[in-house]
Design a binder for this molecule. Structure first.
Ligand code: NDP
Ligand code: OXD
Length: 318
């Protein structure tokens, strides 16, 4: 029996550090070529594409991959560019990504609930003012998206004492989480929330979902003020309505990691708002070494003729 040839993998990591990814990909049992860095790559055998925010030219150059593997959890950066591509599109589900997201969401919820921006302002003014803040058990946090990230964040927030609700496309029955689903379940999910955390993918159905009416529906019984965290995708939010909500006090504050246009435009009002923490899409960034291990598993499955776990459902777009 002959030894099967090493598969060819062609990689574009968009804005990320090519050097770090090249060294991680060196551990892969495959021939990894970086485009455009490795020059005129012309594969003469079947190949896989691995991508993060690759330019359209990447997919125009390599039109018949065996599969496309996203180097992160989201696949919108692929489907937006090549919506018609027919090969399997695989995303990353990794404890490394999930743990980072849990850290970020816990930090964001605590930052808003425990009023860090107010405390910082008082510190700058050297003001020592006594205050008593509600305990986490009085605060209800709602997670838009109860997938891999949403479920892990729900558990962490519960462990901190928060009351947690989740919203998803299909009904869930996760112990200890008040679960709501579908458009019809959204009003009941939102009512009674103090903090809304978005962990939704960007799809045809979720784009532009969150706006003024979403925030108005939150009755904020625990804190008396509404807060918003976005670590899902910027496209799911009507950004002008978000800015207006933060300006008028409909929202008391926000922690925002993702934006419709990234990097966030230098002219965006969000940069200068005292009640907003802007982070540059780093909530759960991809660690090359950890992610390449997941790429290896996906390729091994594909080479064995199996459909890897985490192959996305084209109909639903995630
Ligand atoms: P999953 O696919 O595991 O979960 C997606 C969740 O969204 C599911 O609960 C799904 O519902 C729900 N959903 C999708 N469409 C709808 C809809 N139309 N209505 C209601 N609910 C919907 O993804 P992950 O949890 O792994 O990741 C979620 C997203 O987080 C990624 O797509 C990415 O956009 C973002 N992300 C951001 C990062 C960052 O650094 N900022 C890092 C990693 C991810 P159902 O359960 O019924 O399928
Ligand atoms: C991801 C992300 O989808 O970083 O992994 O946003």
């Amino acid at each position: 029996m002959g030894v099967s040839p090493r598969p060819t993998v062609i990689v574009n990591v968009g804005p990320w550090d090519v050097k770090a990814w090249r060294s991680a990909f060196a551990a892969l049992d495959a021939d990894a070529l970086f485009w455009p860095e490795d020059g005129d790559v012309t594969p003469d055998a079947p190949y896989y594409l691995c991508a993060w925010k690759a330019p359209a030219g990447f997919f125009q150059r390599f039109t018949e991959p065996k599969a496309i593997i996203s180097l992160g959890a989201g696949v919108d950066h692929i489907l937006d560019v090549v919506p018609e591509i027919r090969c399997p599109v695989v995303r990353i589900v990794s404890p490394s990504l999930t743990a980072r997201m849990v850290e970020y969401v816990s930090l964001a919820v605590l930052y808003l609930h425990r009023e860090v921006p107010l405390l910082r302002a008082r510190q700058r003014r050297k003001e020592w003012i006594d205050m008593i803040q509600p305990q986490a058990s009085a605060v209800t946090v709602g997670l838009l998206g109860l997938g891999v990230m949403g479920q892990a964040c729900a558990k962490a927030l519960q462990a901190l004492g928060y009351k947690v609700r989740g919203w998803s496309r299909t009904p869930h029955d996760d112990p200890g989480i008040d679960s709501f689903s579908g458009k019809e379940g959204l009003p009941a999910f939102l009512s009674g929330l103090d903090v809304l955390c978005n962990l939704l993918p960007a799809t045809a159905e979720t784009n532009g979902l969150i706006g003024t009416s979403t925030f108005e529906a939150m009755t904020c019984p625990g804190l008396g003020v509404r807060y918003f965290v976005n670590a899902g995708r910027g496209e799911t939010v009507r950004e002008l309505e978000l800015i207006a909500a933060l300006e008028t006090g409909l929202l008391g504050g926000a922690v925002l990691d993702v934006f419709a246009n990234e990097p966030l435009d230098a002219g965006s009002a969000l940069w200068g708002m005292d009640n907003v923490l802007v982070t540059p899409h780093v909530a759960a960034n991809s660690d090359p070494v950890a992610i390449v291990a997941d790429v290896a598993s996906a390729i091994a499955a594909l080479e064995a003729g199996r459909i890897p776990a985490n192959t996305i459902d084209r109909e639903n777009g995630y």
